[in-house]
Design a protein around this ligand. Structure first.
Ligand SMILES: Cc1ncc(COP(=O)(O)O)c(C=O)c1O
Length: 369
């Protein structure tokens, strides 16, 4: 039984790439870049887009544009890819690791409230695996304390919270287009915002201190060069055109898998709040009561991709283990998920009904292993 390959490309990518290749500008100033920024920002219900080399530097730019630096603290979930935390450390601020909800895998707003202190300058919720974090509660805390939110939406292209899309709640929303993401150009990222002044500040950092409408050799702030290429944006425009249909297909397939496995004892899936029911299914997340090693071995032996979750919480990564310039709140839920959770990548959720049925059957057998 074949698992769909990823990434997927077609005639549309080639057509748009040709447009760039036949021009005399393949870099960040080709109109294809502004076109992609406009299209993706509008798709995510945002006014401004600023595309960049990847979804790590977009987080760093967001924090720098917000003026966050030494002596400041930024709240992050204990479970994420490392960039969510390193972005904070790279601007010389301190990440404060906060527990996740045991069943949604997303940052727990009650724990965020406990972690807010006099040095807190921002929080970075991650929409982990696709379903958005509880933006209603997080926005309330942010408003009460006057701290901006940077949404790490690297998993959430098209995800919604009560009909409003990821990236449109916070001061910034950050997305990744790395090879494994649901839209990709191999590498790439974008920062979205509804705040023009903040976007301009981030643009100066990305474009080596240049200012809109000023000369090529005039540099006003200490920036760097994080520009994306027009070649990447050509591919991303084609990928965006395909995304809504793929998001729907994954939603349908995951609903079928979950229904089929509802009676399997000891196998649990990520809880998706009703407000977050439209999402990417970037990862099909779950956990097992029994032997996770056996579950993983059985599923991979049957030919299905499965990852036995992260090997550690962010604060137990070698970089943060000594707790240098960071703080870890008690995180029993994150620590439990490290031992029992798994994920299945989105490409396995893009199959036809026979492939989806085969995946569900293999999961049933793996849970009994
Ligand atoms: C949650 C999260 N944030 C940030 C990133 C960083 O994105 P990039 O790989 O494009 O730098 C990733 C993954 O790659 C991620 O999963």
């Amino acid at each position: 039984m074949g698992i769909p390959k990823w990434p997927i490309s077609g005639a549309r990518e080639r057509e748009l790439l040709d447009e760039v290749l036949s021009s005399n500008n393949w870099g960040g100033y080709h109109p294809m870049v502004a076109r992609f920024e406009k299209e993706f920002a509008s798709f995510q219900h945002c006014r401004h887009g600023l595309s960049a080399m990847n979804g790590t530097v977009t987080l760093e730019m967001a924090l720098e544009a917000l003026g966050i630096g030494e002596g400041d603290e930024v709240i992050v979930p204990a479970i994420s890819f490392i960039s969510t935390a390193t972005a904070v450390s790279r601007v010389r601020a301190a990440p404060v690791f906060v527990d996740i909800e045991r069943d949604t895998f997303n940052i727990d707003p009650r724990r965020v409230r406990e972690a807010v202190g006099p040095k807190t300058r921002a929080m970075i919720p991650v929409h982990f695996g696709g379903p958005m974090a509880d933006m209603h509660s997080l926005m309330q805390i942010a408003d009460e304390h006057g701290i901006p939110i940077v949404e790490d939406a690297a998993h959430a292209h098209g995800s919604e919270w009560n009909g409003r899309r990821a990236g449109s709640f916070g001061a910034f929303g950050s997305f990744s287009f790395q090879n494994g993401k649901v839209m990709t150009a191999g590498e790439g990222g974008i920062l979205l915002s509804n705040d023009e002044a903040l976007t301009d500040r981030a643009r100066e950092i990305l474009d080596i201190g240049r200012r809109k409408g000023e000369g090529w050799f005039f540099h006003y702030t200490l920036g760097t060069n994080y520009r994306i290429t027009a070649l990447q944006c050509a591919v991303l425009i084609a990928q965006l055109e395909r995304l809504p249909e793929q998001n729907c297909l994954r939603m349908r397939n995951v609903a079928a898998i979950r229904e089929q496995l509802a009676d399997v004892k000891g196998l649990h899936f990520q809880r998706v709040p009703a407000a977050a029911s439209v999402h990417t299914n970037y990862l099909l997340l779950g956990w097992v009561d029994g032997d996770r090693g056996a579950f993983h071995r059985h599923l991979t032996a049957a030919g299905f991709p499965c990852t036995p979750f992260y090997p550690h919480t962010l604060y137990e990564n070698p970089l943060y283990r000594e707790r240098k310039n960071c703080r870890a709140m008690p995180c029993p839920n994150a620590e439990a998920r490290i031992t029992d959770a798994f994920w299945i990548p989105h490409r396995a959720l893009l199959g036809d009904e026979f492939e989806t049925e085969a995946l569900a059957s293999a999961m049933r057998a793996a849970a009994a292993a």
